[in-house]
Design a protein around this ligand. Structure first.
Ligand code: ZN
Length: 694
């Protein structure tokens, strides 16, 4: 085997600087050939013998880890036409192999044999989890079905994926199809510069305007569109009420009529999902979804929603009254309509807590923030981060490599940090990904390595990289995911770190870390003006904290409305019954919104999360994770945030449970070990300023 192909390496860190597009085809071809042999070995393994089945599967993981993951990674951080072509050329073969692996009946039989063997009781909880998850995922892919049932199951799967893709295309088409042109300068008053730039460009780029003189940000015309970056700021800043009304009505009726109407697709989708669940032996789609989540059942989700709803409904009414009062003081007569709320809420926010990103940036230089983050992790988890650039080969000169050491000084993990934006070839946003997963076998130990990717402003001249507050939060968030990956002590890769963690639990460490950005000593310890050395003024810190809870009840109610509608449609709602999905939504909206939706509201027709994405009977996960992370943070509050010893003790407990055990046990069991009880909504409500006075 050619040893000069970096994708064929099996040890150490991937040589990112040496990977070229031309390496992909030969490496993937070789890897897939080897993988097929490992799969055949696993499929022929002796029944009831762990190593014979699992060792070949671990070999497959390893080949993918070194031969394919780096390619995906480079697509995100160093894209090029050649790389994309080489990736696309091999993708179908990779997908085929993954399907073969997932749908292998001999493997499924071997997993079941292990579960039913006398050895089961001697296996670790990590082994139990691996087998249970593998069996469940095979069964939910229809592997246990035979004959006509199997055939029907496959037909349903085909239709479901077609409907989801049609649904999402209709939403995209309808979002694109609508626009509103602002031509009068007085109607553009108050629109922010960034919006004017975008809206003028949108007008000029339109086919029908290509022969006209281009629009300018100062003089227009400006084109308003229904995608979030355009619609959101327009509703908050557009001073012409009639125009706001037009945009709002278009927005809430997208894909609800004509040949792009999603209504029949929703009906079909819900019926097919129900039929699929019946074939698999589940009562409904919610039961299927929750079978692989942390939340025990629909009742547990309902309880969370009820608790949050009870605590926020009055607050939501009050928030609406405050906004209405401000509007009335400024000439608006009577109640607010839907197209007024965002506008006046934004005016109230400006009046009360406004600060700009630019005001805060000078206080958040990347180096100080990283120092603050690492020293927090040292206080909480006893770990030390040391720069180790010389040990890694990177894909860009700005990328750093660090090693992580535990309290005993042992090297336990590493991470790449790619901090700056490179619009020419790097994807936007921030993310954490695994580079190497922890795996310990009789012959070798591989330490976990994470990728931490941000898109900050690069340093210019003498000015360091300066961050917005949101970017600081995001860095803490991603580092939280990274900590769960890096501080794992699980030896079996499939359930080490974030692998195998239920997805309603996976945002716990990340959102938990965000909380520290609102902890005064932690934040002020790193918010130091890069020129003057001055610490962030108290007044700005207070504004940051208040902005966090501004209109918290209204935001919460909106999320609850989405989550409860999702759960209802996938549990108690009868897709073959007389009630329409819109009636079902309206009933929930009535309970959850101080300002009930317009009767013609068809927001469901654009609810891609649950009809075209992976969030069906799972939308609640957003809140679930927030409840968990706030409740986890409150353990530190109870111990005393200013008591270093107590914080350290609680931090070690968090490390030794949530961060260390990862996917190796059920997340509720792990959480109970950390917190001494199950999570509740108190802390989230308190942090949101919604705790009752009693
Ligand atoms: Zn996250």
């Amino acid at each position: 085997m050619s040893s000069d192909n970096p994708l064929l390496s099996r040890t150490g860190l991937p040589a990112f600087d040496a990977i070229k597009p031309e390496h992909i085809e030969p490496a993937v071809t070789a890897i897939l050939k080897e993988c097929a042999e490992h799969l055949a070995t696993a499929e022929a393994a002796e029944l009831g013998h762990w190593d014979s089945v699992m060792t070949p599967l671990a070999n497959i993981d390893l080949l993918f880890e070194y031969g394919w993951s780096p390619v995906n990674h480079l697509l995100g951080v160093g894209n090029s036409d050649e790389l994309r072509k080489a990736h696309e050329a091999m993708l179908p073969q990779i997908v085929n192999f993954s399907l073969e692996l997932k749908q292998s009946k001999p493997l499924y039989e071997r997993f079941c044999a292990l579960r039913d063997s006398a050895d089961w009781k001697n296996m670790s909880s990590a082994q139990h989890r691996i087998l249970t998850q593998a069996i469940l995922s095979a069964e939910q892919a229809g592997i246990a079905l035979e004959g006509p049932e199997r055939q029907r199951f496959n037909e349903i799967a085909q239709s479901l994926s077609q409907i989801a893709s049609d649904f999402s295309n209709n939403v995209l088409d309808e979002t694109k199809a609508w626009h509103l042109d602002i031509t009068a300068k007085e109607d553009a008053q108050g629109l922010p510069v960034s919006f004017r730039n975008m809206a003028a460009a949108a007008w000029s780029e339109a086919e029908e305007n290509k022969d006209a003189a281009p629009a300018t940000p100062q003089d227009g015309p400006w084109r308003v569109k229904l995608d979030a970056p355009s619609f959101g700021p327009f509703m908050e800043h557009g001073t012409n009420r009639d125009l706001r009304e037009q945009a709002y009505r278009a927005y809430v009726t997208r894909a609800s009529s004509g040949d792009k109407d999603n209504t029949p697709l929703i009906d079909q989708l819900l019926k097919l999902r129900q039929e699929k669940c019946t074939l698999l032996g589940y009562e409904n789609f919610a039961a299927l979804s929750l079978s692989r989540k942390m939340a025990a059942d629909a009742a547990a989700v309902q309880k969370m929603s009820d608790d949050l709803l009870a605590a926020s409904f009055e607050g939501g009414k009050k928030e609406l009254q405050e906004v209405t009062a401000l509007a009335n003081e400024n000439g608006h007569v009577g109640d607010l309509a839907h197209w007024d709320v965002a506008f006046w809420a934004e005016r109230l926010r400006e009046q009360r807590y406004a600060f700009t990103d630019e005001e805060l940036r000078p206080y958040f230089s990347l180096e100080r923030v990283l120092d603050g983050l690492y020293s927090l992790c040292h206080r909480l988890f006893g770990i030390t981060v040391k720069s180790a650039d010389e040990k890694a080969k990177v894909w860009h000169k700005d990328v750093r490599y660090c090693e992580v050491f535990n309290e005993q000084g042992q090297h336990i993990a590493g991470f790449f940090l790619d901090p700056y934006s490179r619009p020419e070839n790097k994807r936007g946003g921030a993310w954490m990904n695994d580079c190497i997963g922890r795996a310990v076998t009789a012959t070798e130990t591989r330490l976990p390595v994470a990728h931490l990717i941000c898109n900050g402003t690069p340093p210019v001249g003498g000015t360091p990289s300066l961050m917005t507050f949101r970017e600081v939060e995001t860095l803490f968030h991603e580092f939280g995911h990274g900590l769960q990956h890096m501080l794992t002590t699980v030896d079996l890769r499939d359930v080490a770190g974030i692998s195998g963690v239920e997805w309603d639990a996976v945002e716990l460490p990340s959102q938990f870390m965000e909380n520290w950005c609102y902890h005064r000593p932690t934040l002020l310890g790193m918010a130091i003006h890069h020129e003057t050395g001055e610490v962030l003024p108290d007044e700005l810190f207070e504004k940051i904290c208040k902005a966090r809870t501004y209109r918290a009840a209204s935001t919460l109610l909106r999320q609850l409305q989405f989550g409860m509608t999702d759960m209802t449609l996938h549990s108690t709602f009868d897709p073959n019954g007389a009630e329409s999905v819109f009636d079902a939504h309206a009933k929930i909206a009535e309970k959850t919104s101080p300002l009930p939706p317009l009767p013609e509201n068809r927001f469901l027709c654009a609810f891609s999360h649950i009809f075209a994405g992976g969030y069906a009977a799972g939308y609640y996960s957003y809140k679930w994770a927030e409840v968990l992370s706030a409740d986890a943070f409150s353990a530190f509050e109870e111990a005393g945030l200013d008591d270093e010893a107590a914080v350290a003790a609680t931090g070690r407990k968090f490390r030794d449970t949530v961060l260390s055990e990862g996917g190796s046990r059920h997340p509720m069991d792990i959480y109970r070990d950390f917190r001494g009880r199950e999570p509740n909504t108190d802390a989230l409500l308190r942090h949101s300023g919604l705790a009752s006075a009693s």
